[in-house]
Design a protein. Structure first.
Length: 52
């Protein structure tokens, strides 16, 4: 990530960290929604009921 910036400065470094934090937050949200959708998916419910 840092190598993408030609003029690396303290400000740039802060921007890198903020960008990485934002990416991590988005990744967590995507995981949460994927899990939520998986639990609500009709196939998942059917499989779960079949296991009971």
């Amino acid at each position: 990530m840092i190598l993408l910036f030609k003029n690396h400065t303290k400000t740039c470094c802060l921007q890198c960290r903020l960008l990485l934090e934002e990416i991590e937050n988005i990744r967590e949200l995507m995981t949460f929604f994927a899990i939520e959708k998986g639990f609500m998916d009709p196939q998942t419910i059917e499989i779960s009921q079949n296991l009971d």
